[in-house]
Design a protein around this ligand. Structure first.
Ligand code: DHB
Length: 313
C-alpha cells in the first residue's frame, strides 16, 4: 500500500496508527483476546468495559447478528477492573495505546476504579462508558444530563490519565445541545460517539420468538442499522464542541469508505464493533487498506486533508 499515505491520528499526544481500533465490547474481555488485538493491525487496544467486581454477564444467547447488524445484551461480562490494570504492563510490548474502558455501576464505583487506574503508568487512556444499555435496573447515565455532569466532575477530580467519554446515541437537536453543554464544562481528551442503540428488538418470524434471552429480547443495536445515527452524532458533537475536542467515531463501520465518511464528518479516529465480532482481527488491516486506497484515489495523504470537511448543500 502506498507508503506516502498516512492514516495516523493523535489524541492528547497519544499516537494512534492506524486511526482504526476495536470498540469496547466484542472480543476484548480476556487477556488472550486483548493480546490478539495487540498482535493485529488495530491502532490501539481497547478493553471491555470493566466494573468493580468481575461479572459473568447476562444469560445466553445474548448476542445475535443478521445481515445488517447486531443486537446484544451482554450485561458487562468482564474480569473486574483490577485485571485490566494488571494487564497493562504486558500490553506495552505491542507498542500501541492501551485504553481501559470503565463502566462502574455507580458514581462511587467509577471514582474508585479511575483512582486505582491512576497508579498504572502503562495505561495510556481511559474511556468512561456512560452508555451501557444492558444492566438491569441501571438506566444509561448519558441520558441523564445532571447525572452525567456530576459523574464527570467527580471522576475527573481523581483521574490522572487521558480520559474521554463514550456517549449514547442522541436523536434530537435539543439533546445534542444539552449534552454538549455538559461536556464543555469538563476537560475531556476525547468523546466517543456512539454506543449501541438501545433498546432494540430482533424478532424471528419463523420461530415467533425473540433473538436473545435477557430482558425479553431487548438489547443494544450495532452495525449498519446505526451508521446514520452514529455519523449524525459525530458531526453534531464535532460542531458543538467547536472542532476542538477529538471525536472517536463508532457505529456501523465495516469498510474504508465507512471510516472515510466518519472522518469527513469530523472524527479523529474510528472504532469497529459489530464487524470485528463478525470477521475478527483481520478487519483492522482491511479497513485501513481500503481507507488508504480511497485517500489515494482522492489525492489525500493525511487525515487532516479531509477531516471535518463535509460539504453541505
Ligand atoms: C454492554 C453493552 C454496551 O453497549 C455497553 O456500552 C456496555 C456493556 C454489555 O451489555 O456488556
Amino acid at each position: 500500500m502506498s507508503s506516502h499515505i498516512s492514516t495516523k491520528a493523535a489524541i492528547a499526544g497519544i499516537t494512534i496508527e492506524p486511526c482504526i481500533f476495536n470498540a469496547a465490547g466484542p472480543l476484548c474481555v480476556t487477556k488472550e483476546e486483548l493480546e490478539a488485538i495487540g498482535s493485529s493491525h488495530s491502532g490501539a487496544i481497547m478493553t471491555k468495559s470493566c466494573t468493580f467486581e468481575p461479572r459473568p454477564g447476562n444469560p445466553e444467547p445474548r448476542y445475535y447478528e443478521d445481515a445488517l447488524g447486531s443486537i446484544n445484551s451482554m450485561g458487562l461480562p468482564n474480569l473486574g477492573y483490577m485485571k485490566y490494570a494488571e494487564f497493562s504492563s504486558e500490553m506495552k510490548k505491542y507498542r500501541k495505546p492501551y485504553i481501559v474502558s470503565v463502566a462502574g455501576l455507580s458514581l462511587q464505583d467509577n471514582i474508585e476504579i479511575v483512582k486505582y487506574l491512576g497508579q498504572f503508568k502503562d495505561i495510556d487512556a481511559i474511556e468512561l462508558n456512560l452508555s451501557c444499555p444492558n444492566v438491569i435496573g441501571k438506566p444509561q447515565v448519558a441520558y441523564d444530563f445532571d447525572a452525567s455532569d456530576e459523574m464527570l466532575r467527580e471522576v475527573l477530580k481523581v483521574n490522572k490519565h487521558v480520559l474521554g467519554v463514550k456517549l449514547s446515541p442522541y436523536f434530537d437537536f435539543a439533546h445534542f445541545q444539552q449534552m454538549a453543554g455538559v461536556l464543555k464544562k469538563h476537560k475531556l481528551a476525547f468523546v466517543s460517539c456512539v454506543n449501541s442503540l438501545g433498546e432494540g428488538l430482533f424478532i424471528d418470524a419463523d420461530a415467533e420468538q425473540v433473538a436473545i434471552k435477557p430482558k425479553g429480547g431487548f438489547g443494544g443495536i450495532g452495525g449498519d442499522y446505526i451508521k446514520p445515527t452514529a455519523l449524525a452524532n459525530v458531526r453534531k458533537f464535532y460542531e458543538l464542541l467547536d472542532r476542538k475536542v477529538p471525536i472517536v467515531g463508532v457505529g456501523g463501520i465495516k469498510s474504508g469508505r465507512d471510516a472515510f465518511e466518519f472522518i469527513l464528518a469530523g472524527a479523529t479516529a474510528v472504532q469497529i464493533g459489530t464487524e470485528f465480532m463478525r470477521s475478527g482481527t483481520a478487519c483492522f488491516a482491511r479497513v485501513d487498506a481500503e481507507l488508504k486506497a480511497l485517500m489515494k484515489e482522492k489525492g489525500y495523504s493525511t487525515l487532516d486533508d479531509f477531516r471535518g470537511k463535509l460539504k453541505v448543500l
